[in-house]
Each structure stands twice: as C-alpha cells, then as structure tokens.
Design a protein around this ligand. Sequence first.
Ligand code: CMX
Length: 567
Amino acid sequence: MSTFKERLGRLVDPMKNRIDHLIKNYGDVKVSDITISQIYGGTRGVKSLICETSMLDPDEGIRYRGYSLPELIELLPKVEGGKQPLPEGLFYLLITGNLPKDNDIDDIRNEFKQRSTVPNYVFNTLDSLPKDLSPMTQLSMGILSLQGTSEFSKQFRMGRATKDMWEPALEDSLSIIAKLPTIAAYIYRRTYKDGIRIEADPNLDWAANLAHMMGIDDNEVYEILRLFLFLHADHEGGNVTAHTVQLVGSTLSDPFYAFSAGMNGLAGPLHGMANQQVLQWISKMREHFGGGIPDKKQIEEYIWKTLNAGRLIPGFGHAVLRKTDPRYTALREFALENFPEDELFQIVSSLYEVVPDVLRIHGKAKNPWPNVDAHSGSILYHYNIREFDFYTVLFGVSRALGVLSWYVWARLLGATLERPKSITTEYLEGLALKWDDSMSVGIFEIDNDHKAMLEQLKSLIDAYHTGKTDHYIIDLFGFLGRYVEKHLALEEHYMEKYDYPNLAEHRRQHEEFKESCKLLKEEFQTKGGTTRLVILIKQMLVDHFTEHVRTVDKEMAEFFKSVSHVG
Ligand code: CMX
C-alpha cells in the first residue's frame, strides 16, 4: 500500500465518527424545507446532499476544502518559475483535505504516472467514431471503453466487503485521472489535427502534458492550462456533473460508469457547453456588425436581439452564485496581466460592463453576473486553442479531480443508494387542497375569536353603564390580557404561516397595543380607577377595535381568503 493510500485510509475513522455522532444524536434535526415551486424548479436551494471537497457560497464563490481560490493560488505548489498552482496539488487537497507538501506532489505524480498508459483499444474505439462527432461524446465513450479495466467492478464481483470498496474506487479514480490527458489530447488530434498521437513527456506535469500531447509546447500554454484545470476542478456537490457522478456511484457502479455519465451532463448547454457557446455567440455578434470590435452600444443591441429571440446570454447567470464568479475574476486578472490589448479580451470586458445591466432590466435572471464560462474560452483562444467544441473537454478533464475525489469518499463513508421519492402533479394538487382547508381553518379561528371578543366587549360596555368603575376596569384588563395572550398570538401565527405581506405593520400595531395596556395597568395600580383612566381605556378600545379590527383585520381576512381561494 502506498503512503498516499495509507494517509487517506487514516482519515476515514475520524470522519465516520463525526457522521455517526450527528446521525445518532441529531438525526431528526431539520435542515431544509421544500416547496412546490422548488420541486418544479430543479430543487434549487434545497440542502439535501453532502460534499466535503468544496462548498459554494452565493456571494463569495467556491472554496476548495475551505480555501478560497486566491488563497490556493498562493498556497499550492507550482513548477519552478511558474505562477499557477499545480492541479496535482489541488487533487491532493481535495481528496485528503490537507495542503500538500513537496513530497506529496511527487507521490501524486507517481500515482498518475503508474496508471497513465492508455490501452490501444481506447484509441481504436475513438478511431471508429466519425471525426465530427462531438468531442464530449468521444470523451464519454473513451472513458467508458476503459470500463473493463475497473478494479472496482472486478473486486465487487469477487465478493470484496462493501466497506473496503473505497480502495478499488481510488484505484479506478487515479486511473481515470491519469489517462484523461492522453484521451483528451487524442480526441483533439484526431478531430482537429493530423490524427497523429503524441506520446506523453515523463518530465512534464499533468496539465503541461495535456498541452504537449495536444501538440502545443509552450510554457505560457502550460501555465494557462494549469490555471484552467485548477479553476474548473470542483463546484460542490449539487451541479449536474458532480451530482450525476454521485448518483450513479451510489448504485455501486464503478468510477468509469459514473464519470462517463457525469461527462454527459457536463456536455449540456446550460452547464459545461456554455464555454463554447460564449465564443460562438461573440463570433456571431462580430459577424453581425461586420467584424472588428463592436462598441458598447452595439453590444447592448445584440444582447437585446438575443434575449428578444428567446435565447440565453451564455456565460451569465448561475443557479447558486449571486455575484461575479471568482473563477471569472481569476481569469480576468490573468488576461489583464498577460494580454490586456487582446481584441477578444476587450469584447469580453465590454460584455462584463454591459450584460449585467441589460439582464437586470430584462428582469428574469436572478444573477446577472458572469460565470467562469464567460471568460475561459477567450483565454484558450488567445493561446491558439481555437476549436470551441473542445473547450468543454478541458472542463471535463479538470472536473475529474473533484468529482472522483468525492466518489472515493462516498465509498469510504459507505454512502447509501440515492433514491428520493417522486410524486405526481395530482398528488401535489391534493396537497394544495388540504392546504386551502387548513388556511380556511385559520380564517375561521381568527373570525371566531373576533366575534367572541366583540361580544365580550359589548357586555363590558353594558357593565360600565351600571357605574362600577373599578370592577369594570379589572374586567377590562382581564379581557385585554386574554386578548394579548391569545388573539394577537393567533393572528401572528397565521400571518407568519401564510406570508401575510403586512405582517411587520400588524406586529408593530400589536406591540403598540400591548405597551398601552401595560402603561394603563401601571396607572390603575398606582392611582386606581380614575375617570381619566376610564376615558383612556375606552379611547384605546374604540381606536383599536374600530381601526384595527374593522379595517386592518378585515384586510388580513381578505388576504387569507384571496390566497386560499376560499370564497
Ligand atoms: N440569459 C437570459 N436569461 C437568463 C439567463 C441568461 N444568462 N440566466 C437566467 N436566465 C433566465 C432563465 O432562463 C429563467 O427564465 P424562465 O423563468 O423563463 O425559465 C430565469 O432567468 C430565472 O433563472 P435563474 O433562476 O436566474 O437561473 P437558473 O438557476 O434557472 O439557471 C443557469 C442558471 C446557469 C442555467 C442560467 O443562468 C443560464 O442558462 N445561463 C446561461 C448559460 C450558462 O452560462 N451556463 C453555465 C453555468 C456555469 C456552468 O455550469 O458551467
């Protein structure tokens, strides 16, 4: 067993203990609710998955194992004279949770090297496919063609205990990551170049070797690929790629099946394909304006043209992020430092200035800011990687680092089969009817309470006319006490439950009312039932009941009726 594997193995028990403790002692603690619109809306925002490798903050962006991207660009090892973090180091961090030391990078590099030979039948499989087949389809099939080598599947068939299956999971995951540059580079060579395969250079790192095997030997390209592969490696567990890998893996399908499935999700235009689409869209915009660099007015016109045609602005918006993606910022800083005059970069910069305002006016996207895909293609383009369809393959190679790390951990922790419950629209309609009923119960309760109180107030006013002032006041305080205790709480309960829009104002009035009661009671206790006090109490009740009950409470009842469709 290698030292890397041993170290990983030692991390398991403490993690398992933490999880066991949580489930045993806090298993019933509620984490998230789900609404009907979330069910139809892609379960956005529902916290229902675990992923330790990274976590996405809507405002701050991704953190890999708790570290921000700028922190890691600083902290992760680099090649001598290089500025960009080595993806090998990031993989070590993602899978172990610890920053690598120099030896660790060598360990990981050796792990990759030992497994980097791609069998000939993979190239033959790719060669049997049409050259114009999408590079993402080729990638997915290339990975799947290796499935027969899976140690995971082999050991499962041989009866290895499930709890030990993390070891073959690690073996397969390392094997996929190690082979990916060779497979991706060959897809590039056969699709866009002469089809001649370039062997790996044992002296180069994982990212540089990918460039080398694509046929690009240039230190700057090595650097940009290190940055690209670092930035795209993980985006917590809920994105389609990561979730697909976990979902498929939860059936104990091996890493080849699971990762290939994840790549099919990444190929979608709303996800990883957006990086190609951004450049296609920019090319069309340039064509539309006769070439050159369109000015901001033209850009704005073209954005509206796209939106009015019912199309999306690729590279903008995000399901979780609500600010500019820090991956975008990292790429922008790289471009500003290295090629600020680049034409495409200038267009990308103008888009940054124009698109968010237009999307805000358009009023649909919850996040008008750019995501990583708005910038990544322009950087590759600058370094002469101009085959747009290939950009998502590079994204996929990078994403293997995160999703396969978590695949291994899922087996280490004995993750169970994912199997949420599905329901029908009819079921939800039934639920909605029940909700309406409970809503009408709310209205009924409040209405009844109002009626009872008004009755009681009437009898108190009758008592007042008999002239027993002190008793009258004591009765009134009893009444007010009950009112404060019960009725206000009841109203607030239903207002909160059904998101009554004037809740804050209503609550303010309640507080004011409670405060007046308190002050009057204090006055009664110190001075007795003076005439002034009787007048004040009467005034307050008149004010409250005529103003509050007859108008505000009526408005609230109307609201409940309108949202509940109860006539
Ligand atoms: N252009 C136009 N409309 C957009 C938009 C954009 N860039 N982003 C969101 N919208 C629209 C949505 O289509 C949706 O419209 P409908 O109500 O008519 O369905 C509305 O705004 C609300 O969407 P949202 O809640 O803001 O966004 P979602 O969580 O549903 O979707 C995403 C997020 C990324 C799919 C969406 O912003 C989008 O399609 N962006 C363009 C494609 C893109 O850049 N994808 C890459 C994302 C990063 C990655 O995974 O690689």
